[in-house]
Unconditional design. Structure first.
Length: 280
């Protein structure tokens, strides 16, 4: 397997292709890179995650934030990413308070690219976020589909390989799309952008994912107080239960002009309702 010099995230691997019973030929297929990333906090190993190694700084900030280790970018005093023989290592220096939190939470295990809770020692404290307060955030269905369309248009890695998940985070401070072989990682990368750029949490509108929507994704959205979460695929039962109890709007199967709203549908309104609200 060789790596494209123009994009370290896509490699090329020889493949034997069979079509039907008789046609056989060889070609090189684009393959998405997956590598272990070791997160070392104040000299202590915290976790090893399997990631697509781009936007690593965004991932680290987002991962530390959704883990509840940092509360703002200023909690990270310094960081350095180093290539190793096995993959990559990020050495992070945290302020004392955040470092103490990291010490209590340390996983010290390998987390798969699709793993949001790997290494968590028990179920206690999984529901660690308070419910959202009443929010005036209202979105039309057309706005939701437009944002998901922007996410899909930016899925360069998936367009090349058919392997990457994507996430979009949007609000009045901006919009960002990130991709990764792991759906949780893609979300963490978008969160990292918001944290590093100091986006106002009260101005966030929507988190969208190209995958299924599970409990861990709802937890990550709650860490940023995002009121609306949308998935192109299905939604798990626990994601719906947590969203309902925490006042989060959850939508699944948002594609081809349709969507299924499973919790707090009052935030999805019609164009006429938006116009009426403006005149109040």
């Amino acid at each position: 397997m060789r790596t494209d010099a123009c994009s370290g995230q896509v490699g090329w691997c020889p493949a034997i292709v069979r079509q039907g019973d008789s046609e056989v030929f060889q070609r090189e297929d684009p393959i998405l890179e997956e590598a272990p990333l070791s997160v070392v906090i104040n000299g202590n190993a915290y976790a090893v995650m399997m990631v697509t190694p781009d936007y690593v700084d965004d991932f680290v900030f987002g991962f530390l934030y959704t883990e509840g280790i940092i509360r703002a970018a200023r909690d990270v005093l310094a960081w350095e990413t180093v290539a190793t023989a096995e993959g990559y290592a990020v050495y992070v220096q945290l302020a004392d308070g955040a470092a103490e939190v990291a010490h209590r939470k340390a996983r010290c295990v390998v987390g798969g690219s699709g793993c949001g809770l790997c290494g968590t020692p028990c179920f206690d404290g999984l529901l660690r976020h308070a419910p959202l307060p009443d929010s005036r955030v209202c979105l039309t269905a057309s706005r939701v589909h437009a944002l998901l369309g922007q996410m899909q248009a930016c899925q360069w890695l998936n367009h090349s390989t058919g392997t990457a998940h994507a996430a979009i985070l949007a609000g009045s401070d901006g919009m960002v799309v990130r991709e990764d072989i792991g759906r949780h990682n893609a979300v963490d990368k978008t969160v990292g952008v918001a944290v590093r750029q100091g986006w106002g949490l009260a101005r966030l509108e929507l988190l969208g994912v190209s995958s299924r929507l599970t409990f861990e994704i709802v937890q990550k959205a709650l860490s940023l107080r995002v009121p609306v979460i949308v998935a192109i695929s299905g939604v798990s039962s626990m994601a719906i239960r947590v969203a309902e109890s925490h006042h989060v709007t959850v939508i699944g199967y948002a594609r081809e002009g349709r969507m299924s709203i499973y919790a707090h549908g009052e935030r999805i309104v019609t164009e006429s309702e938006v116009a009426e609200d403006l005149w109040r």
